[in-house]
Write a protein that binds this ligand. Structure first.
Ligand SMILES: [Zn+2]
Length: 547
């Protein structure tokens, strides 16, 4: 007994130490991110010379040609046939809505006034869109979610009708973590989803009832965001004629005109088995549109895999920002240093590390710098609708949007933690760096749906989106939080989002880039297809793809 126990013990010990040797050899073999190179890319892309990298501007031409030159110099092959560019046709729609929205019912007629009671717009590139006596139907949260057994459109034909729906999802403030994902917003809670689902149902219109808490922002944000021109993709996906928002007060008046007490029905929308409720009132309104067409570009390079060149890992970072705009304190160039010169520089650094490895990866690795993220994730949406590489053979997407400039941290934050196996891979890599993982600190805000990885998730491709940590290695959490708060309040989407070599500490950024490289390199040499977790709203989408 004793002898065999010792043998057993010895074999266990041997197994452990051999494993350790193997993994330390593996980590030694990993090329380090070239921090001098990455810093140079950041400084270049964030410089005034690049004019804030706005789609269609001289700044775009400069940026995409620069990225192409770097891709070439690193030895990446052109990612789109023999080109490094994927043209992204877009249309700018500037809407001029009717001043009023007319409501007619048995109980009389009245009008809602733009822009205090409602805003309307369209994503259809047409010079005129309208609702003509379209019947209003209250469709609860406007959600069809088979994994929760939920269908707010059950048993109704929406053609020609207008859906009135609530923002967020039934789990919001329900204090029930089993109702959807409780306070963590699911994709079904996003306004983009509401319009997409209404369009899939064939509805002519969709109006979202605004409520400050559930939306996360007050009515004036709706007013300012939905006036003026907006860029859209030239796309074949169905769209409603008219989309919009109505204020909570306006919605209450509409419910009253229908002879229905609003509050009760809003409550009922939170319960399973809710059925759509025709309101017995019709609405009419128009939006005239000015259309302007133009083409921007995604930039794409590839390292072809040695053994499985038809399986792909795609790194993304958006190259665009806001260009030259309204001056603030005498500065009119919106450099977008953090957002997203850091991510683009990080992507280039990771590409350089891949090309510096002695052995080529087994699977192909794609580097995709996308356009027009700031205009609504359009470059990545275009790629997802017009993929260059088969989605069912795309193993994963790793997205970088804004990297850490305040120094090395003990932690990293995974946005949307728990969605897929990618999070476990990232957790394991963080551990190897002696770091720990924490979830996104504001899950109710739905940040997972607000950068480019989301468009990959939507077509079923597992994604990873990390944020820099907040637990600074020597200065602790309050130090980082103060810097982050200052950035949000004073520099986010402003000309002062500058690169400052004197105050920025890029050690954390390099460590995060190393983590993303190590993870992607590991995946590029494995046969694993990471999966969505049980309960993820994207799991069903992947079913159609390869397991
Ligand atoms: Zn960004």
């Amino acid at each position: 007994m004793k002898y065999s126990y010792l043998v057993y013990l010895a074999s266990v010990l041997c197994f452990c130490s051999c494993q350790q040797v193997k993994s330390s050899e593996e980590s030694q073999r990993m090329v380090a991110i070239d921090s001098t190179f990455v810093e140079k890319q950041l400084a270049t892309l964030a410089s005034d010379e690049f004019e804030g990298r706005k789609p269609f501007s001289a700044g775009e031409t400069k940026t995409i040609n620069y990225l192409k030159t770097i891709f070439e110099s690193l030895g990446l092959a052109p990612g789109n046939g023999d080109s490094y560019f994927q043209p992204v046709p877009m249309v700018k729609i500037t809407g001029y809505p009717d001043e009023t929205l007319a409501i007619k019912g048995k109980g009389g007629s009245f009008v809602l006034k733009y822009p205090n009671d409602f805003v309307t717009y369209t994503e259809k590139p047409e010079s005129l869109v309208q609702l003509n006596n379209s019947e209003l139907v209250f469709c609860g949260y406007g959600i069809v979610a088979p994994e929760y057994g939920w269908n707010d459109y059950e048993g109704i034909d929406m053609r020609g009708k207008t859906a009135v729906v609530m923002i967020n999802d039934p789990g919001f403030q329900a204090e029930d973590s089993t109702l959807f994902k409780g306070n963590t917003m699911t994709y079904y809670g996003r306004w983009t989803y509401k319009y997409e689902e209404a369009a899939r149902q064939g509805a002519a219109g969709c109006l979202i009832i605004h409520e400050t808490n559930a939306a996360g922002y007050p009515w004036f944000v709706i007013k300012s965001s939905w006036s003026g021109g907006k860029l859209n993709l030239e796309s074949n996906t169905p769209k409603c004629e008219v989309q919009g928002w109505i204020s909570l007060t306006a919605a209450s008046n509409v419910f009253k005109a229908s002879g229905i007490e609003g509050g009760k029905f809003l409550e009922r929308a939170k319960t399973k088995g809710f059925k759509p409720i025709p309101l017995g009132v019709n609405i009419s309104t128009k939006v005239r549109n000015e259309l302007e067409r133009n083409t921007s570009n995604n930039v794409v390079g590839i390292i072809k895999g040695e053994e499985k060149p038809d399986e792909y890992i795609i790194y993304t970072a958006h190259w665009d920002h806001f260009g030259i705009g309204e001056p603030v304190a005498g500065d009119s160039i919106y450099n977008g240093a953090l957002d997203n010169a850091t991510g683009t520089a990080g992507l280039l650094g990771i590409a350089k590390a891949f090309t510096s490895m002695p052995k080529k990866p087994k699977r192909s690795v794609v580097f995709l710098a996308v356009t027009a993220e700031e205009q609504g994730l359009l470059g990545s949406a275009y790629y997802a609708e017009n993929p260059i590489y088969a989605p069912e053979q795309t193993v994963a997407n790793i997205n970088i949007d804004g990297m850490n400039y305040y120094g090395a941290t003990r932690d990293i934050s995974i946005v949307g933690l728990g969605q897929s196996d990618m999070d476990d891979l990232a957790t394991a890599e963080a551990k190897k760096q002696g770091r720990y993982v924490r979830p996104d600190s504001q899950p109710e805000k739905g940040f997972f749906f607000r950068s480019d990885q989301f468009n990959f998730a939507k077509v079923g491709i597992p994604v990873l989106y990390i944020n820099g940590g907040t637990d600074h290695k020597t200065k602790g959490e309050t130090y980082v939080k103060a810097l982050q708060d200052d950035f949000t309040a004073n520099h986010y989407h402003r000309p002062s989002d500058h690169y400052n070599p004197a105050t920025w500490d890029l050690s954390g950024m390099m460590e995060d880039a190393q983590l993303l490289f190590n993870l992607g390199y590991g995946l590029s040499n494995s046969s694993q297809y990471p999966q969505w977790k049980e309960g993820s709203e994207f799991k069903d989408k992947r079913k159609n793809l390869k397991d």
